[in-house]
Ligand binder design. Structure first.
Ligand code: ZN
Length: 171
């Protein structure tokens, strides 16, 4: 725990459990996740990426339009609906270092989650934020962005990750 896990760690393929409510322990865990994410650096992190099978996601990115930093945690996040319109965007993942691929996903989503104050929030998100959230919420059900690629491409990327980790001696 409290360390980034890399592919092919089996914890990345497991389903995370819902939390009962957002309290001190959940906030502490989210803080720890944020610390690891910022250091990496990354724009989003799901709890199972540090070996905790709980439905917690944290995100942090700069909105290109407003130039504002967007930072928040999502507990038990669910995507309620997806736009029909899909777009291609390049994705990467802290659990697959230095690997990127163009992935097609819905452009807009409606997401529901508990915030830091245990309040149920529903909102529509678009653009980079919608992309990050779809990627992170996938993690909670054991899904990775490479699952959207052909098995050939996926295997090439996983091999490259193994090579990368060997080179840097990270298991
Ligand atoms: Zn990821």
């Amino acid at each position: 725990m409290e360390k980034l896990l890399y592919v092919p760690n089996p914890l990345l393929r497991q389903k995370s459990e819902e939390i009962r409510s957002v309290g001190k322990n959940e906030l502490k865990l989210a803080d720890k996740m944020r610390e690891i994410m910022v250091k990496a650096p990354g724009v989003g992190l799901a709890a199972n990426q540090i070996g905790v099978l709980k439905q917690i996601v944290t995100i942090s990115f700069v909105d290109q339009k407003t130039k504002n930093e967007v930072n928040y945690n999502l507990f038990n996040p669910k995507i309620i609906s997806y736009s029909k319109e899909k777009i291609l965007m390049e994705e990467g993942c802290l659990s697959l270092p230095e690997q990127y691929a163009e992935i097609e996903r819905p452009k807009i989503i409606n997401v529901q989650y508990l915030n830091d104050k245990n309040k149920l929030i529903s909102k529509e998100v678009d653009g980079v934020e919608a992309r990050i959230l779809q990627h992170e919420i996938d993690h909670l059900s054991g899904k990775l962005f490479v699952d959207y690629l052909s098995s050939l491409k996926r295997n090439i990327i996983i091999k490259k990750v193994k090579k990368y980790l060997k080179k840097y001696d990270q298991r």
